[in-house]
Design a protein around this ligand. Structure first.
Ligand SMILES: Cc1cc2nc3c(=O)[nH]c(=O)nc-3n(C[C@H](O)[C@H](O)[C@H](O)COP(=O)(O)OP(=O)(O)OC[C@H]3O[C@@H](n4cnc5c(N)ncnc54)[C@H](O)[C@@H]3O)c2cc1C
Length: 478
């Protein structure tokens, strides 16, 4: 079995004309009609021109488009909002992009069951607003909320800001509809919390980055809208103090703890000095800056509980300084220090971004080792560390300052080699896509990799669905 199919020009032409025959004219774009936005995602890999972009607007048409591509042995790449950072939605030359952008909208909000049935092309922010309007809360939130689509979120099993309380994207899904590589439409729009009937098939498709199925619709669990939200920005003197603060937050705030974000001083400097418009809510210097957020039900009871919890952390010597929100405006201002990372492309220029996971206790030693190796081995290296430490996930932004072309391979090699040394994972939330494929074996055992290949071969024997992403079926384990 060749790793990537190479359809003949004749096969491509026949496929395109079959797609045009079956789908409405607006749904098939080829040649110069293909919008520039479909030529790359946010991973900044060099743009590639595919055979066509198809934009079906019903599950039946999505299935039909996949069936036609499969019949003509033409590879397909599912595309959502194209905010992915790992290259999973990056086009493949000669392939057909299956874009979900025209299959958007909320089909049902069931207030009694606290569920929402959504189309895969719906932007996350639209879903968040609809839930809010109906008195509910959608657990998933991330910086790309305005552009990313729920289908992309589920296919990457996105993480984001509130995983510590609600879990990853897959945990908010009760039911899923998807199209397999041969065009079979599988409708499993379950709305029940408990449905223990055989294999949980939707879990295979979610997190597969479009390699095992194309998500068309989903039933999402909704949560009650929080009655109050409070946050504190804390200065902590040591990493041991950070670990103690997390334990104290879990004990003192219980399930109300909704975020625990840690910023190392190198990150704090770039975020509050280099990024315009971001004010430091506490004065430093501190060894660590920690953003703790709580979502409660009742302002009088839970607001007071948060204040007494933070006072106790101060009296116990766990934190050396803190500022506590007095309004939602303060909460937003605290989050701006964390969201400033979204501006690093502008203030630092081209860089490498990582979303690694590590055992909690190892994070600071990892940061020290990784920073030292980058300084020793990469000219003019700068690396900054921050992230969802409460979820065991930190982000790194690393670059060679002043370099015309970033030494991406050298930087990635050092970061992932250090991740392996500290028994971490090469991706905690963005996925593998193209960029991390060669490092997958740093985190997964040969037996796990072999099982992934067996699943891929079973569900996509012609290797047509997003081929070459996540794992190469012909490759031997590294
Ligand atoms: C500013 C910014 C902040 C971010 N913050 C976070 C964060 O906190 N946490 C996090 O996890 N990620 C984050 N991301 C990464 C990205 O937003 C997420 O991975 C998001 O879930 C991707 O959704 P998308 O619709 O843009 O997918 P795309 O980029 O279009 O695609 C991503 C992958 O999913 C596949 N895919 C897309 N739609 C479907 C579908 N309907 N069916 C099957 N496969 C499909 C694609 O083939 C590709 O492999 C961030 C990105 C940016 C730019």
């Amino acid at each position: 079995m060749p790793p990537t199919p190479a359809p003949s020009v004749h096969g491509s032409d026949a496929c395109l004309s079959a797609l045009r025959d079956r789908l409405p004219a607006a749904a098939v774009l080829a040649g110069d009609e293909i919008p520039a936005r479909n030529l790359q995602d946010t991973s900044y890999i060099r743009p590639v021109r595919p055979l066509a972009v198809v934009r079906p607007d019903t599950p039946g048409d999505i299935a039909a488009a996949v069936g036609i591509c499969a019949a003509h042995r033409v590879a397909m790449v599912p595309q959502g909002g194209l905010t992915g950072l790992a290259g999973g939605g990056h086009p493949i030359a000669g392939a057909v992009m299956i874009s979900l952008e025209r299959f958007s909208g909320i089909e049902e909000l069931d207030a009694d069951a606290a569920t929402m049935t959504v189309r895969a092309g719906t932007p996350l922010e639209v879903i968040q607003r609809a839930a809010d309007d109906a008195g509910f809360f959608v657990a998933l939130d991330l910086g790309a909320r305005g552009s990313c689509q729920i289908g992309g979120n589920l296919s990457t099993n996105a993480g984001g800001n509130r995983v510590i309380r609600y879990g990853m994207a897959r945990e908010m899904v009760l039911g899923l509809e998807y199209v397999l590589a041969d065009g079979t439409l599988v409708t499993g729009l379950n709305k029940m919390m408990k449905n223990n009937t055989g294999y949980d098939l939707k879990q295979l498709v979610m997190g597969s980055e479009g390699t095992l199925g194309i998500i068309t619709r989903a039933v999402l669990r909704l949560h009650p809208k929080p009655g109050c939200t409070h946050a504190a920005l804390c200065g902590v003197d040591s990493y041991d103090g950070v670990v103690k603060l997390l334990a104290a937050a879990r004990r003192g705030l219980g399930p109300m703890l909704s975020a625990f974000e840690v910023m190392w001083p190198d990150y704090w400097h770039e975020a509050t000095v280099s990024v315009k418009g971001v004010r430091a809510p506490i004065t430093g210097p501190h060894a660590f800056y920690v953003l703790v957020e709580m979502q409660g039900l009742d302002e009088t009871i839970d607001g007071a509980r948060f204040m007494s919890w933070i006072e106790a952390a101060f009296e116990d010597g766990i934190i050396s300084d803190a500022t506590v929100s007095q309004s939602m405006g303060d909460v937003a201002a605290f989050w701006r220090t964390r969201d400033a990372a979204g501006e690093f492309g502008t203030v630092l220029g081209p860089h490498c971004a990582f979303d690694i996971g590590l055992p909690l206790r190892a994070m600071d030693d990892f940061a020290t080792t990784c920073r030292a190796r980058l300084l020793a081995e990469v000219p003019n290296a700068l690396s900054v560390y921050y992230g969802h430490v409460g979820d065991g996930n930190i982000h790194i932004v690393a670059l060679s300052r002043g370099a015309d072309i970033q030494p991406t391979d050298a930087i990635s090699g050092i970061v992932y080699d250090t991740v392996r040394q500290f028994h971490g994972t090469v991706s905690a939330e963005h996925g593998i896509g193209l960029l991390k494929k060669k490092y997958l074996g740093y985190t997964r055992t040969p037996e796990e990799l072999d099982l992934m290949r067996r699943l891929k071969r079973a569900l996509d024997p012609l290797h047509l669905l997003n081929p070459g992403k996540v794992i190469d079926i012909a490759e031997t384990a590294t």
